[in-house]
Design a protein around this ligand. Structure first.
Ligand SMILES: [Mg+2]
Length: 174
């Protein structure tokens, strides 16, 4: 399958709340480069909802840094990140890696202790994979029902299928 190694995540969770700090520590993850929209909040949440705040706090308490890396614009990203008190990068243009690489370098992160967390294979997963970090994906909290989004979801489908098909074999890799 074309681009398979870029688009298949290490793990898909049903929600960000299923990703526990303990599990991350066990994997040696110290830095989470996280998407915002549809991963940790909906487009309508201008600041982190209570559940997101709680999760961010739990992760931080375990000594894991969260850095927001979003393709959205400065206004949206900065407001959300400031409310959470966390660093952020906007207009990241994932799957491009320039901004993500900058974020890693600023944080002092290495691919082996980093996780890319997002809701989209074509942007989030691909960007993380290209820099050699682990990739966790959650289904979008709420899809924007635009034609473009539906088109992207259709492209993702075979990769999601393949993920579930090979899940068992890959378990040990996690
Ligand atoms: Mg997103």
């Amino acid at each position: 399958m074309i681009f398979e190694k870029w688009l298949i995540p290490d793990k898909i969770f049903s929600s960000f709340t299923d990703v526990t700090p303990e599990m991350l520590r066990e994997l040696g993850i110290r830095y989470i480069f996280s998407d915002i929209d549809n991963t940790l909040a909906t487009y309508d949440d201008s600041v982190p909802p209570p559940e997101t705040e709680k999760w961010l706090g739990k992760v931080r308490d375990k000594g894991i840094s969260v850095i927001f890396v979003s393709n959205n614009d400065r206004g949206r990203v900065e407001k959300f990140a400031n409310a959470a008190g966390l660093p952020c990068y906007w207009k990241a243009a994932k799957p491009a890696t320039k901004v993500l690489r900058q974020a890693m370098s600023d944080a002092g992160a290495k691919p082996e202790n980093s996780l890319l967390f997002g809701d989209q294979l074509l942007t989030d997963a691909a960007a993380g994979r290209r820099l050699g970090m682990r990739v966790f994906i959650v289904p979008p909290i709420r899809d924007k029902r635009s034609v473009f989004f539906r088109f992207k979801r259709r492209i993702e489908k075979p990769y999601l299928k393949k993920y579930y098909k090979t899940k068992k074999e890959r378990k040990g890799d996690l």
